[in-house]
Design a protein around this ligand. Structure first.
Ligand SMILES: [Zn+2]
Ligand SMILES: [Zn+2]
Length: 338
């Protein structure tokens, strides 16, 4: 089969590699669509601690079951599926506390390599995180299961409801998925980002306000009658933005820090703001199998429509073009069709 390897930053090579065969409990999936993601872009630009080089990459996908290992009863060759690339071990001390997203093994046992013709799903993923693709979703849309699971994990615990105000900082695909999810809850949504094209999409998917960073101050003030917003979602992964994000939340409000910053960076906060204004800062990472089920239902039931976040598609051999366009700030997500 053909697989795209990230050899070093900005160098992708297409290689003929052996198609894996499923052992007991495993499923081989023929990829029908894989999506580019911010993590892949970071890896392409400068490498990423979770994506070893040289190596295969890509982790948002959907496809058709090509072959199943012994013991698989729920799926057979030819079934259309959607899945995520990781699952907890259920045995480590953090899993035993129910913190499945923080499982000690979850990052070590994840699978990469969706930018290829096939991907092999190991038994622990097959047991927890693979679903039949409903007919009403295209393969491109079904591949949103993974990023949407992350967003569900960050937003779901707060019981956001009609009348609440949500401010999203960062208009990349993750920021825009936050818009989609906040709108299903009836919240008022404002978003800020650098790219005109993405802000336009933000409005199309329901954000009342979508502005460039220069205008944040005045806009957030108007949006909340000077009070500050109920929730801020930081989706840029820049330490200075993490720091700035507490300036927009009301007293007693919550700031959710979604965007991962570079390892080793630090931030400083005004203690008066955190203490006397009772502001909650919450970091969020990855997702649990329960989040994946919720994300699956949101997509399946048509509550979240992701088609506007797909900016185009490329064959595997043009994967580099997709990243070069993202590098220039063009488009939101590209579908790679092997
Ligand atoms: Zn991703
Ligand atoms: Zn575990």
């Amino acid at each position: 089969m053909l697989a795209a390897l990230l050899v070093e930053p900005k160098r992708i090579e297409l290689q003929e590699v052996e198609t894996p065969r499923p052992s007991k409990g495993e499923i081989l999936v023929k990829i029908k669509a894989a999506l580019t993601c911010g993590t892949d872009l970071k890896a392409f630009l400068r490498g990423h601690p979770m994506i070893p080089m040289p190596g295969v990459f890509g982790h948002e996908f959907s496809g058709i079951v090509a072959d199943v290992g012994k013991g698989i009863k729920e799926f057979k060759a030819g079934d259309e599926i959607m899945a995520v690339h990781s699952a907890p071990c259920l045995e480590c001390s953090l899993c035993k506390k129910g913190l499945y997203n923080l499982c000690e093994k979850i990052m070590k046992t994840k699978v990469l390599g969706a930018f290829a013709e096939y991907i092999l799903l190991p038994a622990h993923i097959v047991k927890q995180n693979i679903f039949p693709k409903p007919q009403n979703l295209s393969f491109e849309e079904a591949a949103f299961l993974e990023p949407l699971s992350c967003v569900v994990h960050g937003m779901e615990p707060y019981g956001i409801k009609e009348g609440d105000s949500v401010f999203i900082i960062g208009s990349g695909p993750i920021g825009l998925l936050h818009v989609c999810l906040a709108k299903t809850k009836g919240a008022g949504v404002a978003i800020t980002g650098m790219e005109e094209e993405r802000l336009k999409v933000a409005k199309e998917i329901g954000s009342e306000i979508a502005v460039k960073p220069e205008r944040i101050g005045e806009v957030v003030k108007d949006f909340t009658d000077g009070l500050g917003v109920d929730y801020v979602f930081e989706c840029t992964g820049q330490p200075d933005v993490w720091q700035d994000s507490v300036n927009y939340v009301r007293r007693g409000g919550t700031v959710i820090l979604f965007g991962g910053c570079k390892t080793g960076t630090t931030v400083t906060y005004d203690t008066k703001r955190l203490h006397y204004d009772e502001i909650t800062l919450k970091g969020v990472f990855h997702f649990t199998p329960e989040d994946v089920k919720k994300a699956y239902n949101l997509l399946k039931d048509g509550k979240i429509k992701v088609s506007k976040l797909i900016s185009g598609s490329y064959p595997l051999k043009e994967l580099k073009t997709a990243f070069e366009r993202l590098m220039r700030g063009e488009g939101i997500k590209y579908a790679i069709i092997p």
